[in-house]
Design a protein around this ligand. Structure first.
Ligand SMILES: Nc1ncnc2c1ncn2[C@@H]1O[C@H](COP(=O)(O)OP(=O)(O)OP(=O)(O)O)[C@@H](O)[C@H]1O
Length: 214
């Protein structure tokens, strides 16, 4: 799997929020977007995920052996909101996403019960999602990434509302994903505790272009 962004620019209102952003991510690679509030991290993630139109530039997704594929087929996008129905049980929510997404070729998702176990919340999948605490809800939203296989994970502030233990669990799950040849693109204010990630510092309207760090 390969994800390539070339010369991306996005407009918010009258002005360009960023321009000339290019990167290329292959199997096992990750890029972390950092920058102050409003610097354009979520906007860039949404452009990559195909949820917003770029002003200029292109995003291409290539799976070995196939031609270009669509973002929705190849990625999981976890935004600020958890995309779960409060009145349905956790099991029903995860079951819905599992059948809605299906698996991208080359991998298989795990069951809702196993996914809940992996995020440290086995045994409470019968509860309505709305009964869970904010941190438990975020953990269950992360479990959504495990019930169906997608090679690219696009995560917007994945660790917001999490305690240190859950942060460590997420870091382990991301490491496992990368170890299996997955790709990570994440925006964050808190370090995710991952080694060997590239960093793109977004500068927002003030600087327009992003800067790459180590
Ligand atoms: N629909 C919109 N119309 C106009 N401006 C918008 C719109 N959505 C976002 N913006 C502006 O675009 C800028 C970038 O927003 P974005 O959500 O991408 O930032 P961010 O880096 O993810 O911020 P945070 O760290 O607070 O999550 C902000 O100044 C925001 O006010």
């Amino acid at each position: 799997m390969r994800l390539t962004a070339e010369g991306l620019a996005a407009r918010r209102g009258e002005d360009l929020l960023f321009s000339d952003i290019s990167f290329d991510l292959g199997a096992g690679e990750g890029l972390i977007l950092t920058g102050r509030n409003g610097s354009g991290k979520s906007t860039l993630l949404r452009v990559i995920a195909g949820l917003l139109r770029a002003e200029r530039g292109a995003v291409t997704w290539h799976s070995s052996g196939d031609g270009p594929i669509r973002a929705g087929e190849a990625c999981h996008y976890l935004g600020h909101r958890n995309a779960m129905k409060a009145e349905l049980s956790v099991e029903e929510n995860l079951g819905f996403w599992k059948s809605f997404f299906g698996d991208f070729k080359g991998g298989t998702g795990i069951s809702a019960a196993e996914a809940a176990d992996r995020v440290g919340l086995g045994g409470i999948t019968h509860l309505p999602f709305g009964y869970l605490s904010a941190g438990q809800q975020r953990r269950m939203a992360f479990a959504k990434l495990l019930v169906s296989y997608r090679p690219v994970w696009i995560l917007d502030e994945p660790t917001a509302a999490l305690d240190a233990r859950a942060e460590a669990t997420f870091a382990d799950l991301i490491r496992e994903h990368l170890g299996r040849g997955g790709i990570l693109l994440a925006a964050t204010h808190q370090p995710l505790g991952l080694e060997g990630m590239r960093e793109l510092r977004m500068t927002g309207f003030a600087g327009v272009a992003g800067e790459f760090g180590a």
